[in-house]
Design a protein around this ligand. Structure first.
Ligand code: ADP
Length: 678
């Protein structure tokens, strides 16, 4: 801020003033002067050496708001702000000691004071004057309020322009201004950075020659459009100073003067090289993917089995072959979730026992939701017309892929995150099922027919042994006794086998019926344990439980069969003996009980664990140890437990032992009130 000065006839800072060379004071008489004063556009004030105003013109009255009579005879200092009056008096006196003509306030902010107390910026020039022969001074005072305002605006504008230039330079985009024939007149830092030429180097050059611009249409067409529309937008390829090319998104605006003549062209270029390259890359990948998918579709269509690929946790269809549509008996739409497809077409999935399979157990959903590899799962597809198709389902997860979504594939958009996908193959096993049915029928008949002669064999072997012991008939040699014993044991095993076979065929045919009553399971298990303990000396069978009564609604004979089988296996597959620990626990939260049978035997190899509940399934290590068996026991156990609404599972480590567990729902309090046979 510049220092304020009042109407100062002489300033201490005289170096700010442009003093004219000493001149003789003007000689004038007051009468001659008066008529001229009013002609001046400036306010004129004449003072005598004592500082008294002796004459003023109309302008002075107008500028300061005083009537002439109020000014005459007053001190000049009345036209100053209060705080400047004293210092001014000193300056005035000093001026009169060496009077000369001087303009004041050209660079200084001089200030006057109006009658109403308001202040005004002024410019003053002082001249000495001999009025009526006496030394005086005349001050020409100009109100410069307007000029000051204009000056302030100009400064503000300049600051504004400076700021704009700064902002333009900060912009990441290249911003250039060209004259109407395309010579560079302004080139921001973004342009320097993008194209490699400094502003200095670029100024005056024709842009399209400098940048070797490649236009999407001819340059003249672009210019014609610009002239017509006032603006143009498009992609240009420019060559940088280092010879490399850059693709820019370019916007042009034509600036015209007041008469409408083109003044300049503003061009803003944004580098989109990377974006373009990426898009081109993606397009190529997309085209390739589409091609691969088409080929894959052809391969799949040629296969006799139903094959489809799904993605996402709701198993949306990616692609399916022709056989798949035949197997489902309906068209599964691309991107349609599996459950939606099934319900909208009235298709049901049934398990091997003819019960609806819960969706969480569908091979397809298990693969996408849990990442499981489901092999040879039996499912039956039931169509709305009542027909059904038994299938073996194999579902395996595919390595994560991006861009499975069909719409995204079409749009060429990338998928935000990889989704799980699975390949599912259906094998139509209708023929197999029929053969199996016939085989079951045959096995059933054979087993049934075996029962009678077996019973006879058991009976006679028994009779021979007991009657001989009692001394009826000749005494048998030791080897004969042993042979009879072997016959007896073999027949027992044979009858167990025929019983198991009969159970299997009954199960298959849905003829196995349960006779369920609420039963205390604790003594049942203890009984089985005690009985089996008698058959072995190498094993210690222990029952651990804190409960005495745990009631479940069961077929006691069948549950005995299950426990016997599990404890029997624990003993059989621990050929070197050891502890067999049976635990019976209540699971209060689940309203269930759990029976665990733990051994320290040969265990089950990892790779065979998934199949161990299958029919005729026997692990390799059991065969290697030469332990006899049929592979029917666990299959029957699972069927029986599940028909009781329970579950069976196991944990096993080869060489370390196994633990089989069975959980059964406990009966609710009101059911428990009924009589409980044990
Ligand atoms: P089986 O004992 O007549 O062969 P199961 O159906 O009872 O038939 O058992 C099927 C197979 O499971 C057995 O052959 C054996 O390989 C394995 N297995 C069952 N229980 C055990 C166990 N406690 N320890 C080790 N292997 C077992």
């Amino acid at each position: 801020m510049e220092k304020e000065h009042a109407l100062v006839p002489d300033s201490l800072e005289s170096h700010h003033m442009h003093a004219s060379p000493l001149s003789d004071p003007m000689q004038i008489t007051s009468t001659g002067l008066l008529q001229f004063l009013d002609i001046s556009p400036d306010a004129l004030v004449i003072i005598n050496p004592a500082g008294t105003i002796v004459m003023v013109n109309r302008q002075a009255e107008a500028v300061f708001g005083y009537a002439r009579s109020e000014l005459l005879g007053q001190q000049l200092e009345m036209l100053l702000p209060q705080h400047l009056r004293e210092i001014h008096t000193a300056h005035r006196e000093h001026y009169f000691s060496a009077p000369r003509t001087r303009p004041m306030g050209v660079e200084l902010q001089l200030v006057g004071r109006r009658k109403d107390g308001t202040e005004l910026p002024v410019e003053i020039s002082l001249s000495p004057l001999l009025l009526d022969g006496l030394p005086h001074a005349i001050a020409a005072i100009r109100d410069v309020t307007q000029q000051r305002v204009a000056e302030r605006e100009r400064i503000q504008q300049l600051q504004h322009i400076r700021l704009q230039t700064e902002l333009i330079n900060l912009a990441h985009d290249a911003i250039l201004v060209r004259d109407p024939i395309s010579r560079v007149i302004s080139w921001n830092r973004g342009a320097e950075h993008l194209y490699g030429w400094t502003a200095q180097e670029a100024l005056g050059h024709l842009t399209y020659t400098l940048l070797k611009t490649r236009f999407p249409i001819s340059r003249s067409s672009v210019e014609a459009l610009l002239e017509q529309e006032g603006q143009w937008e498009g992609e240009l390829t420019h060559t940088r100073r280092d010879g490399t090319t850059v693709i820019v998104e370019s916007r042009w605006v034509l600036v015209r003067d007041e008469t409408g003549q083109p003044l300049a062209i503003l061009e803003i270029d944004r580098d989109i090289t990377e974006r373009r390259r990426k898009a081109q890359g993606e397009q190529a990948v997309h085209a390739e993917t589409v091609e691969h998918l088409a080929f894959l579709q052809q391969v799949l269509d040629a296969l006799p089995s139903s094959v489809y690929i799904v993605y996402g946790s709701d198993a949306r269809l990616l692609l399916a072959n022709r056989t798949a549509s035949r197997v489902w008996g309906a068209e599964w739409l691309t991107d349609q979730p599996m459950l939606e497809f099934l319900t909208s077409n009235g298709i049901e999935i049934i398990d091997a026992q003819g019960r609806p399979l819960p969706p969480g157990q569908f091979a397809t959903l298990r693969a996408v939701q849990k990442g499981e590899a489901v092999l040879q799962q039996q499912e039956t597809i039931r169509h709305p017309d009542g027909s059904s198709l038994p299938v073996l389902v194999n579902a395996v997860t595919l390595p994560s892929q991006h861009g499975f979504h069909a719409r995204q594939r079409e749009a060429g958009e990338p998928t935000p995150a990889a989704e799980p996908a699975a390949l599912v193959v259906h094998q139509d096993v209708t023929a197999l099922k029929e053969a199996e049915y016939l085989k079951d029928e045959f096995v059933g008949i054979a087993a049934h027919e075996l029962r009678t002669p077996l019973a006879v064999l058991v009976g006679f072997a028994d009779m021979l042994l007991t009657q001989t012991t009692r001394g009826h008939g000749p005494t048998l040699a030791e080897w004969q006794q042993e042979a009879l014993g072997e016959i007896q044991q073999a027949t027992v095993r044979l009858s167990k086998l025929t019983e198991d076979l009969l159970d299997v065929t009954r199960l298959q045919a849905g003829r196995l019926l349960l006779q369920r009553t609420p039963t205390n399971v604790v003594p049942l298990v203890q009984r089985v344990a005690a009985y089996l303990q008698q058959t072995t000396t190498r094993h210690q069978v222990e029952v651990h439980t804190t409960s005495t009564v745990l009631v479940a609604d069961i077929d006691a004979r069948r549950m005995e069969q299950v426990v016997t089988n599990l404890v029997g296996n624990a003993m059989k597959y621990s050929p070197q003996g050891g502890h067999v620990i049976i635990t019976i626990e209540e699971e209060t939260t689940a309203q269930a009980m759990c029976i665990g049978v733990q051994d320290t035997g040969i265990g089950i190899p990892k790779q065979q664990q998934a199949q161990i509940f299958g029919r005729f399934m026997r692990a390799d290590n059991a065969l290697a140890w030469g332990i006899s068996g049929t592979g029917l026991g666990l299959y029957l156990c699972r069927e029986l437990v599940e028909r009781h609404g329970g579950q069976i599972w196991f944990e096993s480590e080869e060489g370390a032992g196994s633990t089989f567990s069975v959980s059964l729902p406990l009966v609710s309090a009101d059911q428990g009130d009924r009589e409980v046979p044990s």
